[in-house]
Design a protein around this ligand. Sequence first.
Ligand SMILES: Nc1ncnc2c1ncn2[C@@H]1O[C@H](COP(=O)(O)OP(=O)(O)O)[C@@H](O)[C@H]1O
Ligand SMILES: [Mg+2]
Length: 235
Amino acid sequence: MPASEKISRKIISSGNAELDGKMGGGLPAGSLALIEGSSGAGKSVLSQQILFGALKNGFKVSTFTSENTVKSLLSQMQSIDMDVVDYLLVRRLKIYPIALARIGSDAPNRLLNALRSQKGRDVVVVDSFTSAIANQTNPTLILNFFEECKKLCGKGLTVILTLHAQAVGSDLVNPIRSMCDAHLQLRTEQDGQRLVKTLEVAKIRGAASATGAIVGFDVEPGWGMRVIPISKARG
Ligand SMILES: Nc1ncnc2c1ncn2[C@@H]1O[C@H](COP(=O)(O)OP(=O)(O)O)[C@@H](O)[C@H]1O
Ligand SMILES: [Mg+2]
């Protein structure tokens, strides 16, 4: 079996059986994955869940965070029962706080160089990519970022980006979505009398059965993402 084939058969699971079930088992390694949603929808928590699952499965992970320091990310993850300190100590996990919004229009390129320098890593998370394009008016630069990420994915790296779609124009969001191998859409929706968080598995390459699945979830202190029944659940 060629090396690339071996890589593509590996799965990055979230370590949460219910979530994995909805995602057709998890993200195939070498995916370019987009986690989309508005503020508070659960992008950070979901990306943390997947990075934790990846670590537990033996993958080497780097995470670029525009929202946290090393310390605050560790305690955020700890607050939802994901203790990654040991992984950090043995460098299976690397955390890079990066003030993307302050870099200005060069942020996508700077981020790309940072991703390229992650030699020997299996999974790279960027939370949030929104901050990298906060000051970006040139759509070509943004699309170029995704194209270059795809090349890294072609070499086996799994790249997970969180995005608040409102930050990019509607003319850009569709090409971006179609370039990604996996697209997870988070929403806050009305379900009867209550508001619930939902995750729609809009796309996962190689897991057609998962496509379109919708699951409701809660974020619980000391636990993390917990799948809850909702009336419009599918898949
Ligand atoms: N430790 C925690 N305990 C309870 N709720 C939490 C915890 N961490 C995050 N949340 C909640 O999870 C939801 C999603 O948060 P987050 O993933 O940060 O959203 P986003 O990144 O999309 O803005 C928010 O309602 C947040 O308050
Ligand atoms: Mg966030």
